[in-house]
Ligand binder design. Structure first.
Ligand code: DGJ
Length: 731
């Protein structure tokens, strides 16, 4: 492998005159690509924005270069981005630059490196979109051919990025159901590191399709050169970091090709998902701020529209849905200042009432025994109470006990000649979204809902099963390996159609909790459910990791009951509120079981959340002290674009006598401005010593505030927990 770089340098000396280097720049970053006609495209540089004079000098110094999209077959030991088997059985690919095109787009420039195999009629475009208002470069590939028969795509990464070796660390998110988004940090060492997902439906429970690389050693939040990468795909993915004997770590990201070889028909175009790259010299929080801004601006539904405070019925009543109960919850959330009520699972099923998770998915007719006045009755009641109404669906699924499955057994994902393997409840099955009839069915259920109830504001779209059976009853035998890809094409087609018809609907991506926290789904969805685990303490860890890539506006974060229904931990309401308020605030509780005092606290919190909502949901994140650093504390803040307002969160993670917690310096403020401090959600008998006092941004960022370790409450109300939310407002 070493010889590869040496070979390149030698080559460059000879070919400098022909050099065709393309600058792909955002306001603060630059990617340099060499695309000499007749040669393979080469990566030259990615990092801080370069001035033209530096680019010229850099090129003069003959920097080492690495293949931008290595192909398999003519340098077989190298890690490849693409591998194909041609129609004649030849397993090599050689992609040489034909031309480079630059297209102006409304918000940036799209650079397309057109490449072609000199021997086979196989073309591949390497695409790079550079935004002019956010520091994200999106890259993907588009390929086609004119061979006589299909070409088998065996490997097809969206993009690659070489990272100069040194002390490079990888941060990724891992977990499982009820523990999603946990941070994992590790130095990159020789060998192959693979992060992949093969769930088939949901792709962010066990690992995430987004990573960060800290180039200057152990990951830091506020300093250090950091690269972020997010594969924007709803399905199976594979991220690879190959470290061999060269000076480079090679990062590859794309669809997971395992069991997904793709037979590309002549003249068919295969487009890989977008890989979004971000670079910041301001550490991981810097990269997060870039992803958040890009997401809100370009990659999620209604990214600039503040989200409503809602009550979801799930943990309050589970399947025990009835009209009176729904009305009571609507009144209660309205009374606490909420704006939306969402009726979760359990409202449907005629022949098979959905009283548990063993039946009825797909039978999207209201259960009149529970809701005699149907959805229109609930929408009407919500209107009278003065809040919006939302409803739960699991559109991609059915159960073997359902009228849908009885009518259309051929609509489920099933392997030929095999018995079905079931999911949740021992009866759940995945609908075959590759099948256009299934696509019509899913779009149709939205049509039915919205035609009868145009005022429905919100849909919670759940997905609680993996593809367990490899087999499509719709795809032909020779295309069975397309199942995963066609499933997600079907999913995209459905979402496109729904969004075209119902652009204003708010849609949550839920997938057994946080199974769909991914930029691949967000263009159609407003938010995702971070986890089925609503335990406030564990949420700090999960939301911390999730915030690496996703803004608070996308992260549904609900106040739930104590003891918590997942961990059975008893956490005081104040702490539960203070954690939920750092995301898109909601409630997941039975309000009728709350005391008046608890309701008052929530009422106050919701009112104050509405005040800080623009800062939390649209602001810039600065993660200050990580819960993963074991200092008994976690702290972060959001700062408005104008730096005139900020919200500071401080959560104590454990309590010991004689503890010595660090003071947390703030970040992101205007050093020259003066900010007045006000505590939100106060439960203390007396204001904090700095309540109403003013400090310069410089002081707050150098020193932070001395926050009491405990709450100043009456003796019988003392708790082992402590948390603070402070609003800073520029004078
Ligand atoms: C899984 C989701 O994550 C929960 O919030 C809830 O909607 C249940 N499904 C309902 O079955």
């Amino acid at each position: 492998m070493k010889s590869f770089a040496v070979f390149l340098s030698a080559f460059l000396l000879a070919s400098a005159a022909l050099a065709d280097v393309h600058e792909i720049s955002t306001p603060s970053t630059t990617l340099l690509l060499r695309a000499d006609v007749g040669d393979f495209p080469r990566y030259v540089y990615y990092g801080a924005h370069l001035k033209s004079s530096d680019i010229a000098t850099l090129l003069d110094t003959r920097p080492a270069e690495v293949a931008a999209y290595p192909t398999y077959g003519l340098d077989t030991p190298s890690e490849a981005a693409i591998a194909v088997t041609h129609a004649d059985g030849n397993m090599t690919l050689d992609l040489k630059v034909r031309s480079v095109e630059e297209k102006a787009e409304p918000n940036g420039i799209l650079t397309i490196v057109h490449t072609e195999d000199p021997v086979f009629p196989f073309q591949l475009d390497l695409c790079y979109r550079a935004y002019d208002d956010v520091d994200v470069i999106e890259t993907w590939t588009e390929m086609t051919h004119q061979e006589k028969k299909p070409v088998l795509l065996r490997m097809f990464a969206s993009g690659t990025l070489p990272l100069r070796r040194g002390n490079v660390w990888l941060s990724s998110l891992h977990g499982t159901w009820a523990d999603e988004g946990r941070v994992c940090e590790e130095p990159l060492t020789p060998g192959l590191k693979v992060i992949r997902n093969r769930d088939g439906v949901r792709n962010s429970h066990t690992s995430h399709a987004e990573v960060m690389f800290s180039l200057d050693g152990q990951p830091q939040e506020l300093t250090g050169r950091t690269v972020g990468a997010a594969l924007c795909y709803s399905g199976n993915y594979r991220l690879r970091v190959q470290t061999d004997d060269s000076d480079w770590h090679r990062f590859f990201a794309g669809i997971c090709e395992e069991n997904s070889e793709y037979r590309l028909a002549p003249r068919e175009k295969f487009v890989t998902p977008v890989l979004a790259l971000a670079y910041s010299a301001e550490g991981m929080s810097g990269v997060s701020r870039i992803f958040h801004r890009w997401g809100r601006t370009y990659k999620m539904a209604h990214g600039k529209q503040p989200r409503q405070v809602l009550l979801n019925s799930w943990e309050g009543v589970y399947f025990d849905i009835n009209e009176d109960g729904m009305h009571q919850m609507m009144r209660d959330i309205k009374d606490m200042g909420g704006e939306l009520f969402v009726m979760d699972d359990g409202w449907f099923g005629d022949k098979y009432p959905r009283n548990r998770d063993t039946c009825s998915l797909g039978d999207w007719v209201v259960d009149r025994r529970k809701l005699p006045n149907g959805i229109p009755g609930l929408v009407k009641a919500a209107k009278e109470i003065g809040i919006d109404f939302g409803i739960w669906y699991e559109p991609e699924m059915t159960n073997s006990t359902s009228e849908l499955f009885e009518a259309h057994p051929d609509w489920v994902v099933k392997a030929d000649k095999r018995n079905l393997v079931y999911g949740r409840g021992g009866t759940q099955l995945v609908l075959d979204l590759a099948n256009p009839k299934v696509q019509d069915f899913v779009v149709g259920l939205f049509d039915e809902l919205m035609t009868a109830n145009p005022d429905v504001r919100y849909v919670k779209w759940d997905a609680n099963m993996s593809i367990m059976n490899h087999g499509s009853q719709y795809l032909t035998r020779d295309l069975q390996s397309h199942l995963y890809i066609e499933y997600h094409r079907g999913f995209a087609a459905i979402c496109d159609r729904i969004r075209a018809k119902y652009p204003d609907l708010v849609i949550q991506a839920c997938a057994s909790g946080g199974g769909r926290a991914n930029w691949g789904v967000m263009p159609w969805f407003d938010e995702f459910w971070v986890s089925d685990n609503t335990d406030a303490l564990q949420r700090i860890y999960m939301q911390w990791g999730t915030s690496y890539f996703f803004p608070a506006i996308a992260m549904a974060s609900h106040i739930s009951a104590a003891p918590n229904h997942q961990t059975f931990r008893v956490i005081p309401l104040k702490f539960r509120i203070d954690v939920a308020m750092s995301g898109r605030l909601g409630m997941e509780i039975q309000p009728k079981n709350m005391t008046d005092e608890e309701k008052d606290l929530c009422r106050k919190a919701i009112a104050q959340y509405k005040e800080i909502r623009p800062i939390v949901q649209m602001g810039n994140i600065y993660r200050l002290l990580s819960p993963y650093k074991h200092q008994s504390l976690a702290s972060l803040m959001y700062v408005s674009d104008a730096r005139d307002k900020a919200v500071f969160y401080w959560w104590k993670l454990e309590t010991f006598m004689d503890e010595h917690l660090p003071r947390v310096p703030m970040a992101g403020l205007d050093p020259n401005a003066t900010y007045t401090v006000r505590e939100l959600n106060r439960i203390d008998n007396n204001p904090l010593p700095f309540e109403g006092k003013s400090f310069t941004g410089a002081y707050l960022m150098a020193n932070g505030l001395e926050i009491p370790y405990t709450h100043d409450v009456d003796y019988h109300k003392r708790i082992a927990w402590a948390s603070r939310v402070l609003l800073l407002e520029k004078e």
